[in-house]
Design a protein around this ligand. Structure first.
Ligand SMILES: [Cu+2]
Length: 149
């Protein structure tokens, strides 16, 4: 009787674990690394912010918005070469996808976060908080060092 019970228990636990493994929904796991910013060279009221957004999870996530106490608002921009050969910035108006097991790098001359109407906290040598909101992972707040480059 005792052996039967143990076998049943072991079977039950095994089955339960299998079920748990199979029914675990895919989930993103977002981390924001190496965040920093610099005052914009072209726009005195703006600042560029750069970082690596990693997703070590099993589902994609999307960056949908951001905020910082040092910025009036936050936009996602991409540097582009215009038809006349000069560089400009385009507003990225759809969520940035962070693929499962992948990463998106925001860097100078490419995709970046623009701090619009920066205030006195956004200055070289200081650190500011930046909160990024992801569709599935919610808010992630990082500290970004402001430097020249
Ligand atoms: Cu920009």
């Amino acid at each position: 009787m005792k052996i039967k019970y143990t076998v049943l228990l072991v079977l039950g636990i095994t089955f339960g674990l299998l079920l748990a493994a199979c029914s675990t929904p895919a989930k993103p796991s977002i981390s924001v690394e190496s965040a920093w910013g610099r005052p914009s060279m072209d726009y005195p009221t703006a600042g560029g912010m750069y970082m690596v957004i990693k997703n070590s999870g099993t589902d994609l996530d999307r960056l949908i918005s951001g905020k910082s106490p040092a910025c009036g608002s936050i936009e996602v921009h991409k540097m582009v070469t215009k038809s006349d050969g000069t560089m400009g910035m385009d507003l990225v108006d759809k969520p940035v996808e962070i693929p499962a097991g992948g990463q998106v790098e925001l860097k100078p001359g490419d995709l970046h976060i623009m701090c619009i109407m920066k205030n006195e906290n956004f200055k070289v040598g200081s650190k500011i908080d930046l909160t990024l909101t992801f569709e599935k992972s919610g808010d992630k707040t990082v500290s970004a060092e402001i430097r020249e480059k």
